[in-house]
Design a protein around this ligand. Structure first.
Ligand SMILES: Nc1nc2c(ncn2[C@@H]2O[C@H](COP(=O)(O)OP(=O)(O)OP(=O)(O)O)[C@@H](O)[C@H]2O)c(=O)[nH]1
Ligand SMILES: [Mg+2]
Length: 387
């Protein structure tokens, strides 16, 4: 069964209930040959360390060590992979939707359970053949049992070689996905291409931005954050995801979009009225309607970008610029209501390039997100009751 991203409706993640997935730290998945080479060479070294004056005893010890060591190495290797990959049952919906869109949840489960199976089989072979080796006094039978064990172990690993390959490739894909901690506020930034989404995220971010990709767009996705009162606010870019008409999007993209519905505490839609971005204003407005219908309940605020290009400049440009400077010089303390920068149509605006209107907007975002959180019963900490 493929989990549908719509299955849980408006489910939001509460504090710390689900694991944060860190794809970047997934260890490499060794392939069939690499696993066998590693196992058999370790097994050989283990056998070489055996010392015994009695030839029969020595051979017995050496061969049973070879069987046991190689099986141990393989099953440990396979189980480490199984255990280091996030369990889908415990994954947040955003991650589930991305996994499903990018590599497929069913396959993900299937290939990991294949490795689990192989790990068990290999251990069974090891114990059966180790017994054969210890129960005989004839060294040629011992050698036979060792050989048979190696053959059966190789064949088991061979049977999961496709799974190893699949997981190896899936890791490459998943590594490029953005990591978003859904127990913390997330601001989804969207708008037509080139309206200044990345510049906005970068201007509001403290520290480094994470640069990621969705496998279905060549554009980079930025994840940035700022911290207020020790709480990180994450900002996620959506390039290439929302900037085309609905009908042109494929199922995979729709799933990724559906995932975005669930992570955002707030959606910021950027409009470039200068049209320097290359998309005419009326098309940007169509896109806004699309985004509003796609992202449903999440509060959406519209912001005009590139305020420095607006002619004449917004009437309260100097006031906003000065107040923000004063606030910064005084140490950026608290969450005061600084005057927002407005364009001639009274839409909030900012300039990422000249850094005007950004601090006041940041403070407004903080207020909006906290308001939203305080009124969303599903966001209550553990132990609180829902109406
Ligand atoms: N004058 C001015 N230019 C800006 C501002 N913000 C962004 N730009 C310019 O607009 C262009 C696009 O900016 P990006 O931040 O890459 O836009 P984007 O929305 O992330 O673009 P995609 O990721 O391709 O969808 C760049 O050349 C920026 O320098 C701004 O506040 N003022
Ligand atoms: Mg961008």
């Amino acid at each position: 069964m493929t989990p549908s991203v719509h299955e849980h409706g408006g489910f939001r993640v509460g504090w710390g209930r689900q694991m944060k997935v860190s794809w970047k730290s997934l260890p490499t998945v060794l392939l069939e040959d690499e696993i066998l080479d590693k196992a058999f060479s370790r097994a050989k070294k283990a056998a070489d360390r055996v010392e015994d004056q009695d030839r029969t005893f020595r051979v017995r010890k050496q061969l049973s060590r070879m069987v046991q060591t190689s099986a141990d190495v393989i099953s440990t290797q396979l189980l480490e992979t199984v255990n280091s990959w996030p369990s889908l049952d415990q994954s947040a919906q955003f991650d589930l939707a991305l996994i499903d869109a990018c590599v497929g949840c069913d396959e993900y489960r299937h290939h990991l359970s294949n490795l689990q199976w192989a790990a068990n089989q290999v251990m069974k072979v090891s114990s059966q053949n180790a017994k054969k080796i210890t129960r005989t006094a004839r060294t040629e039978l011992m050698h036979e049992a060792r050989k048979e064990a190696y053959g059966r172990i190789s064949s088991i690993v061979g049977q999961v070689s496709k799974s190893l390959l699949w997981l190896n490739e899936a890791r490459e894909t998943l590594k490029k996905l953005p990591t978003v901690d859904q127990s913390l506020p997330v601001i989804v930034v969207c708008g037509a291409p080139n309206v200044g989404k990345s510049a906005f995220i970068s201007a509001l971010s403290t520290g480094n931005m994470e640069v990621n990709h969705y496998p279905f767009t060549t554009k980079q996705i930025h994840v940035g954050h700022f911290t207020h009162r020790r709480l990180p606010y994450q900002m996620v870019d959506t390039p290439g995801l929302l900037d085309r008409p609905m009908v042109e999007r494929n199922a995979i993209e729709m799933q990724a979009i559906a995932a975005l519905e669930n992570i955002g505490s707030l959606v910021l839609f950027l409009i470039d009225k200068s049209e320097q971005c290359g998309t005419p204003l009326h098309e940007q407005m169509h896109l806004l309607e699309d985004v509003r219908s796609l992202l449903g309940d999440t509060p959406t605020i519209v912001v005009t970008s590139k305020a420095d290009l607006i002619q004449p400049r917004p009437s309260n440009w100097d006031e906003v610029k000065n107040t923000e400077n004063e606030w910064r010089n005084a140490g950026s303390i608290g969450t005061p209501k600084l005057p927002l920068l407005f364009d001639s149509e009274q839409i909030v605006t900012m300039s990422a390039i000249e850094n005007v209107g950004l601090d006041s907007m940041r403070l407004e975002i903080i207020r909006l997100v906290n308001q939203e959180w305080a009124t969303d019963p599903l966001q209550l900490p553990d132990g609180w009751h829902r109406e």
